[in-house]
Write a protein that binds this ligand. Structure first.
Ligand SMILES: CC(C)(COP(=O)(O)OP(=O)(O)OC[C@H]1O[C@@H](n2cnc3c(N)ncnc32)[C@H](O)[C@@H]1OP(=O)(O)O)[C@@H](O)C(=O)NCCC(=O)NCCS
Length: 112
């Protein structure tokens, strides 16, 4: 996502199947956070996926049991935008032990 011609954030999306996708990573430059680019980027991603027929989207972040303050806001970001935590896993393959993953899913309304 860009604003005034400069790069402020990105999202990496993996299509898992015709009906399912995962947001593997999403971040906004620290000096642009809490001004809306994350919401605009996520809205765009979900709109594109929905138009392509995707019905469920997964996102993973650090679970609350890790008791690490910076991710309280990250989980709130997903939850306020319709993502529901369905599991906590320690450890996911590829994640270092001691970094419990919060697994979120969001159901999209089909637009086709
Ligand atoms: C999580 C992240 C991508 C969100 O991006 P962001 O651009 O800060 O998100 P937004 O600005 O759209 O929304 C954040 C908050 O700012 C608020 N906000 C949006 N526009 C605003 C404005 N103009 N003025 C003040 N606040 C505003 C939103 O309401 C939102 O608050 P809410 O969740 O209480 O509703 C970003 O914080 C980030 O990169 N974090 C570090 C990396 C990370 O954790 N990535 C996710 C890994 S799973």
């Amino acid at each position: 996502v860009t604003e005034d011609g400069s790069f402020v954030g990105f999202a990496i999306v993996d299509r898992r199947s015709p009906l399912a996708a995962a947001i593997l990573w999403m971040a906004v430059r620290a000096d642009h956070r809490h001004q809306g680019p994350g919401t605009r980027l996520l809205d765009h991603v979900l709109q594109v996926l929905s138009a392509e027929g995707v019905e469920v989207v997964e996102a993973k972040t650090l679970d609350g049991s890790a008791d690490y303050e910076p991710f309280v806001a990250t989980r709130a970001f997903w939850e306020r935008r319709g993502f529901v935590q369905v599991n906590a896993v320690d450890s996911l393959p590829g994640w270092r032990p001691g970094n419990p993953a919060a697994i979120y899913i969001c159901a999209l309304r089909p637009t086709r």
